[in-house]
Design a protein around this ligand. Structure first.
Ligand code: SF4
Length: 327
């Protein structure tokens, strides 16, 4: 479909987010900190900003996730730059082989948003993601390890790549008979749903692997009618859809919010998969929900919802080959 002069395509919207140009949202909440945006750039899409209730300030669950806030300028003991040890587990640049049977390919170093709690804020992506010219080395590693059955495209957000680039990668992987599943981890279906365009859906529908997409939605307010439509398109293209959330103080640390999220996701054919205890990432300690409280919220969720709508409460620990379950 041709774009009118006034409608931006997804690449233009992504560019606008990366340049932090949101003409309709020039005022910032009082907690906004220029110094914090120097630590990790302020990147958010117009799609997300349009779903904010500005009268709530940082109590709005979307604004809280994307606003560089003064609390980030505090250094907290025991909070680290690489809390999950990904730098250690990197095999060839851009390829992380941490779990049995599957590898993580950091296909893109960038995201459409910068979530303030993300461990990526310190991860040296400029050295560690796999730009296209390094894919050959990653593919050779995968080809030579027949115990690998699943390739996980992660990032950053792999859907910031255009579909032609994704096709180059999927064509190469489809030549490897031991690869049965392609999994994509992405926040884009909610933060930049415009990216799920017909070209992408055609590519996805033609893939011969098992296809899994793990969305990242933390609060049902992130899902608007456009996101709903695009998630339905993903399902139609053959993706098994799962969701992971990060448990975040003053964003989704209540049984009501998480129950509502699970139910709304299920309405869209998305199963809640993980609820992550936040990684102990430096400059984001103010988002931490203490572990005993996390366990209590999770127990309440179990009492409210059928088992298949209760995400597993987990945390990642550096050097462990599995996520640690917290219940
Ligand atoms: S989209 Fe994911 S990887 Fe990107 S900043 Fe947010 S949490 Fe981190």
């Amino acid at each position: 479909m041709a774009h009118s002069k006034h409608t931006k395509n997804w690449q233009q919207q992504l560019q606008q987010a990366l340049l932090n140009q949101h003409p309709n949202h020039t005022s910032q909440p009082p907690e906004y900190s220029q110094a914090a945006s120097g630590l990790f750039p302020h990147v958010v899409t117009a799609q997300m900003m349009n779903l904010v209730d500005h009268s709530k300030g940082l109590s709005d669950p979307i604004l809280a996730q994307f606003t560089p806030a003064a609390a980030e300028n505090i250094n907290t003991t025991d909070y680290l730059n690489d809390p999950v040890g990904d730098h250690e587990a990197t095999q060839v640049p851009g390829l992380i082989h941490k779990y049995h049977g599957r590898v993580l390919l950091i296909a893109s170093g960038s995201c459409a948003v910068n979530c303030r709690y993300c461990f990526r804020r310190h991860f040296p992506y400029s050295q560690s993601f796999a730009p296209r010219k390094h894919w050959q080395a990653c593919l050779e590693y995968i080809e030579n390890n027949s115990s690998i059955h699943e390739v996980i495209l992660s990032g950053g957000d792999p859907l910031t790549l255009d579909t032609k680039t994704l096709r180059v990668l999927s064509d190469a992987l489809q030549n490897l008979s031991h690869i049965r599943t392609l999994r994509i981890h992405s926040r884009i279906p909610v933060v930049l749903p415009q990216r799920i365009d017909p070209e992408f859906l055609n590519w996805a529908a033609q893939l011969t692997f098992n296809k899994v997409m793990v969305l990242h939605v933390n609060h049902s307010q992130e899902i608007d009618s456009l996101a709903r439509k695009k998630i339905a398109g993903l399902k139609q293209a053959g993706f098994i859809l799962l969701n992971q959330s990060v448990l975040l103080k003053n964003v989704n640390d209540s049984v009501e919010v998480l129950t509502d999220l699970s139910q709304k996701l299920f309405d869209l054919g998305v199963l809640p998969y993980y609820l992550h205890q936040m990684d102990a990432v430096q400059n984001a300690a103010h988002f931490t929900v203490p572990e005993p409280q996390a366990i209590k919220i999770h127990q309440q969720l179990q009492a409210q919802l059928p088992g298949y709508l209760v995400p597993k409460l987990v945390k990642e620990e550096a050097g462990q080959s599995n996520k640690t379950s917290l219940f």
